[in-house]
Design a protein around this ligand. Structure first.
Ligand code: HEM
Length: 489
């Protein structure tokens, strides 16, 4: 069997004050911290009984520690050279790993319904939504326009906005159009629920996990964090009900597609929780897209020399009509710019969380014992033989890659590979990536053509890098003012 290595990871990132960090840190700790056997831990120290040093060190130099582990041929964190094999192996299961961390099995934590459709439906619903992107491009553009006019306004005077919250609401409204339709996606009460659900859910899970497992079925009934979550889920159900009544006897047609209607049809009359299904979907779609969009907007402010070429590309792409999917597919510079931003600042340093349902032998001889929770690191994104001058931000990098016949197939942002694990890889790669990439392009077109934008220097704009996560600083502010767009989008 190959050498075994693992990391001591921090259990909480609350100190960063970063919502997404708080959300996910505990999950990552659970998933990749050493478990049943006694793996060789790369950051274990004598006298560090409470693992304080290990956790501090992980916060500061997680990527370095991961690389040390990978060099030793890690079992729990694999090298991305094994991403193809791991991604195609059905015995390495995504749902099983995530389910135990999220306590989705705990009936009553947030559901009063029988059945589990709401837990398993996000993937097929996201795939169904992706297939309707042709029909969703105009509605996404309409929602972007509506949001920007309402919140960024038509004022030609510079005015400031907190970046993360404004992008978060914009994302919720745009994606919401595909999920719940044109009425609810603009409802401030719905947007508030979508924006806060993941945080509330995580708070509830953490509260339950303070207790021994056998007490979970009891304590979740009385813990305030769980009660708050249940209240929120109930509110979501009530807001959804009129929409559900409207669509429930109709057939899903592409032009009026919503995931709400699609899930209703998919359930084929079985009992399910429509509110939870939507919240689960929004939870995977919203913070990921928001994070990516924020980082791209910060890069744009830091590289004002890119604004004109990007504007020109957008104007050129929509010259034969308005913003449609064919126009978005022509925006190679925009896509390259987005991908380069993610290559340098991925949301997390590891991806492809999986649970081994059986013992798996990988092609290089690594054995993953049954019951192991594993993930894949992505050092290749900084490999100079693949990405020359890898630390440098080069917005044109993937445009050039498209021109190289041998590597052109790797250039599209939605193409996952061992060099590009932002959306995971293999059979269980993110099914929403086509939606996210299109949505971000639409937003960028509107912003580039309709607004001047810059960072507010007095506010922090450095990304927060803690442990596995690189996230937008919640205090980052932008300043915007309306400009005259050259073409109608
Ligand atoms: C920039 C935005 C996004 C990023 C970076 C992202 C990233 C990821 C990653 C890394 C995975 C795990 C893949 C693997 O393990 O191989 C994943 C899974 C998934 N993503 Fe995305 N995603 C994004 C947007 C979306 C959107 C917009 C949707 C829905 C419309 C979505 C739906 C899903 C679903 C359903 C899964 C399966 C796992 C689950 O159900 O929890 N994602 N995503």
């Amino acid at each position: 069997m190959a050498t075994v290595a693992a990391l001591e990871l921090p259990s909480g990132l609350a100190a960063t004050g970063c919502i997404i960090g708080i959300l996910l840190a505990g999950v990552f700790f659970f998933m990749v911290a050493p478990r049943s056997e006694d793996p060789k831990v790369v950051n274990k120290y004598r006298w560090d009984y409470f693992e304080a040093k290990a956790r501090r060190e992980f916060d500061i130099r997680a990527e370095e520690l991961i690389n040390i582990g990978v060099a030793k041929v890690s079992r729990l964190i694999l090298s991305d050279k094994l991403a193809d094999a791991a991604g195609m192996d059905d015995r390495l299961d995504q749902d099983k790993g995530i389910a135990s961390v999220n306590l989705v099995h705990l009936k009553g934590l947030e559901t009063k319904f029988a059945g589990e459709i709401h837990d398993s439906v996000p993937r097929p619903a996201a795939s169904a939504t992706s297939k309707r992107l042709v029909h969703l491009t105009r509605p996404f553009s309409d929602e972007t326009e509506n949001y920007l006019q309402k919140v960024w306004t038509d004022s030609i005077e510079w005015h400031e906005l907190l970046l993360y919250p404004t992008v978060g609401r914009m994302t919720a409204q745009i994606t919401g159009r595909a999920f719940v339709g044109p009425n609810l996606c603009r409802d401030p009460r719905w947007l508030e629920i979508i924006a806060t659900y993941s945080v509330k859910r995580y708070a509830a899970v953490v509260a339950v996990q303070q207790f021994a497992t056998f007490l979970h079925p009891l304590v979740h009934r009385i813990l305030p964090a769980c009660r708050k979550l249940r209240d929120q889920v109930q509110q979501a159900r009530e807001l959804l009900q009129p929409e559900l009544d409207r669509i429930k006897n109709k057939k899903v047609v592409d032009e009026e597609f919503t995931s709400l209607a699609w899930i209703h049809e998919f359930a084929q009359g079985s009992v399910y929780d429509a509110g939870l299904a939507q919240l689960r979907l929004a939870a995977v779609a919203n913070h990921t897209t928001t994070d990516m969009m924020c980082k791209i907007m910060i890069r744009l402010c830091q590289h004002p020399e890119l604004i004109q070429p990007l504007r020109e590309e957008a104007i050129w792409a929509v010259r034969d009509g308005r913003l449609r999917i064919a126009a978005l597919q022509k925006m190679f510079l925009m896509e390259s710019f987005m991908q380069e931003s993610q290559r340098l600042d991925p949301f997390m340093l590891v991806s492809m969380f999986r649970y081994a349902t059986e013992t798996v032998d990988l092609p290089d001889g690594t054995t993953i014992p049954q019951g192991t929770l594993m993930a894949v690191a992505n050092p290749s994104r900084l490999d100079p033989t693949i990405f020359p001058d890898p630390e440098k931000f080069d917005a044109y990098r993937f445009v050039k890659m498209r021109q190289d016949p041998e590597r052109a197939h790797l250039a599209p942002f939605t193409k996952t590979s061992y060099t590009q694990l932002n959306f995971g890889h293999g059979k269980q790669a993110c099914p929403g990536r086509f939606i996210a990439v299109n949505e971000i392009k639409i937003v960028l077109c509107h912003i580039l053509l309709k607004y001047d934008m810059e960072l507010v220097e007095e506010a922090p704009s450095e990304l927060v890098r803690v442990g596995l996560l690189t996230v937008c600083n919640p205090g980052t502010k932008i300043r915007v003012r309306r400009r005259e767009e050259e073409v109608d989008l």
